[in-house]
Design a protein around this ligand. Structure first.
Ligand code: GLN
Length: 237
């Protein structure tokens, strides 16, 4: 069987917040379970691999977002991979470009996104900067928390085809309406950095389970749980 491929997309454009760590977490959590894994990195101008299981987009500035959309459209392979059932996990700027539209600049120019999520992003009333804590219901029905750091000027509004990923407990999230992130099929968008998958291993394992189409055995998580409890206590304080 061929290795499970994690594809880290355009770090030169969408890599300023350390979201690369999400790829390392996914790779490590597969390797720790003895699952063969390969990490592929692709930059603008190179063809995006079509045989990935999970594609990752990270945060970046407005100009970088516009370039990323242009290159991804011209390449077309991310659309093909998602059509074929791959998971796309997109953070912040990556989340915004995965939607239908986002605005940039003082004149709020509307830019067409990839249209893989039924969401639209436009400039918000205040920049959302700070710790964010959300409650997330895991696919097995258990309650979980997602912690991270948000930093975005754009506010995201969900259409009928997208469901919120989580409910905001502390922070702004999508737009101040207490929702955070969006899920549509196997496309997941969210605002928290951290990197978010390092801070929230449950979320990482859910993405891997979506990609592999099966449940994964739990991994020991003593120290990670302890750190999570400290972060949650700090944010709720
Ligand atoms: N440029 C976007 C915004 O400010 C995304 C920022 C980010 O990726 N952190 O809304």
């Amino acid at each position: 069987m061929s290795a499970t491929k994690i594809v880290l997309v355009y770090q030169s454009l969408l890599g300023i917040y350390g979201d690369r760590g999400n790829a390392m977490v996914l790779r490590a959590r597969l390797a720790w379970r003895g699952i063969d894994v390969e990490l592929a990195e692709v930059e603008p101008g190179e063809p995006v691999p079509v045989d990935g299981s999970v594609y990752l987009l990270g945060g970046g500035e407005d100009a970088a977002q516009i370039s990323a959309v242009k290159y991804l459209r011209a390449d077309g392979n991310l659309f093909r991979a998602v059509d074929a059932g791959a998971v796309l996990f997109a953070v912040c700027a990556g989340y915004q470009i995965t939607g239908k539209t986002f605005t940039v600049g003082d004149n709020d120019e509307v830019i067409e996104g990839l249209g893989l999520l039924d969401v639209e992003t436009r400039r918000g009333s205040e920049r959302a900067v700070g710790e964010i804590l959300t409650s997330w219901t895991r696919p097995d029905g258990a309650a979980s928390l997602i912690t991270g750091f948000e930093n975005h000027g754009g506010y995201t509004y969900l259409g009928a085809d997208a469901a919120p990923l989580a409910k905001v407990e502390v922070g702004i999230g999508n737009n101040g309406d207490r929702t955070e992130g969006a899920v549509q099929g196997r496309v997941v968008g969210t605002y928290p950095h951290g990197p978010v998958l390092a801070r929230n291993p449950d979320l990482a394992d859910w993405l891997l389970e979506l990609a592999l189409g099966r449940r994964l055995d739990p991994l020991p998580s003593g120290e990670i749980d302890e750190l999570r409890q400290q972060r949650v206590a700090f944010v709720r304080h």
